[in-house]
Design a protein around this ligand. Structure first.
Ligand SMILES: [Zn+2]
Length: 255
C-alpha cells in the first residue's frame, strides 16, 4: 500500500521470494513479497525478472525483454480511457474484462509489493486506474507509476480494492492523489445515483492504514483551516467548498 518505504524493502527482504529483483522499464529494484508468477515461466531460482513498464509482460530472458520493448503495442499510449490530466500526470481507466491480459500481468507485478491482498486472476469484475506520467521534455514516452483497482459492483460500497505506487516513485504524494481520485469517482457515482460514497476495501494493511490516516488527517486539517480563515475574515456563514486546485481536478474527472 502506498506510500510504502523502500527502506522497508531493503531491511526486510521477504522469506521464500521467488523473484529477487525486477527491472521495470529501465529501473532495477528489489521485490518485497512472494511472487505468484506461473512456475513454468518464472522458476524459484529467478534472480531478476524483466517486466515491461507499458504492458507488464514479463520474462527472465534479457534479450527477449529488449526485443519486446522495441515492439510493445502499448509503447505509445496507455490502455483504456483517460479520465484525469494535470501537469503531466494522468489517470487512465482500464476495464479488466476488455484488457484481461494487461490487468492480470499488472496484478502479478503488484503482488511483488503487496502482502495482504491476494492477486485477482479473475480481473473481469474490476476496473484499474493507472497513474501515468509524461515528461514534457520527452512526450513520446509514458511511465506508469502505480495504480488502484476497484470492483465494478461492490456490495460494501468499496471505492478501492488494491492500491500501489511502484517503489521507485514513492514518497511523492502520489498515493494521496490516487486516493483522492478514488473518492471523487465514488462521489461522482453517488451524484448519478449509481452508488454511494464508500471507502477502501477492508481490512487495510498496516501500511495502507497509515496512508489513509495521513490522507484524512490532511483533509480534515485543510477543512478546519478554511473554516478558521472564513471566521477570521468576518464571514461566519456556512463554509462553502473553496475553488481549490483539487476541485478543478475533480471537474475534469466528471467532465
Ligand atoms: Zn510491453
Amino acid at each position: 500500500m502506498p506510500p510504502t518505504s523502500s527502506r522497508h524493502a531493503q531491511n526486510s527482504p521477504p522469506a521464500g521470494t521467488k523473484v529477487n529483483q525486477v527491472i521495470l522499464g529501465n529501473l532495477l529494484f528489489k521485490t518485497w513479497y512472494d511472487a505468484l508468477y506461473p512456475e513454468e515461466l518464472v522458476n524459484k531460482e529467478t534472480d531478476t525478472l524483466y517486466v515491461c513498464g507499458w504492458c507488464f509482460r514479463y520474462t527472465c530472458d534479457k534479450s527477449a525483454y529488449v526485443g519486446h520493448r522495441r515492439v510493445c503495442q502499448l509503447r505509445s499510449t496507455p490502455p483504456g480511457t483517460q479520465i484525469y490530466n494535470d501537469a503531466g500526470y494522468s489517470v487512465w481507466e482500464v476495464d479488466g474484462e476488455r484488457q484481461k491480459l494487461f490487468a492480470q500481468n499488472l496484478s502479478l507485478f503488484a503482488k511483488l509489493f503487496l502482502d495482504q491482498k491476494s492477486v485477482c486472476f479473475d480481473v473481469s469484475g474490476f476496473l484499474f486506474y493507472l497513474l501515468v506520467y509524461i515528461d514534457p521534455e520527452n512526450p513520446g514516452v509514458h511511465h506508469i507509476l502505480g495504480y488502484f483497482s476497484k470492483e465494478k459492483m461492490s456490495w460494501d460500497a468499496n471505492n478501492l480494492a488494491c492500491i500501489l505506487i511502484f517503489p521507485p516513485y514513492q514518497h511523492n504524494q502520489l498515493g494521496k492523489l490516487l486516493m483522492g481520485i478514488s473518492y471523487r469517482l465514488s462521489m461522482w457515482e453517488s451524484e448519478r445515483g449509481i452508488g454511494t460514497v464508500g471507502g477502501p476495501e477492508r481490512p487495510l494493511s498496516e501500511m495502507g492504514e497509515r496512508s489513509y490516516i495521513r490522507f484524512w488527517e490532511e483533509r480534515v486539517a485543510r477543512y478546519f483551516l478554511r473554516d478558521l480563515q472564513q471566521v477570521t475574515n468576518g464571514n461566519g456563514g456556512p463554509v462553502k467548498p473553496p475553488k481549490t486546485k483539487k476541485r478543478r481536478k475533480a471537474k475534469s474527472l466528471s467532465g
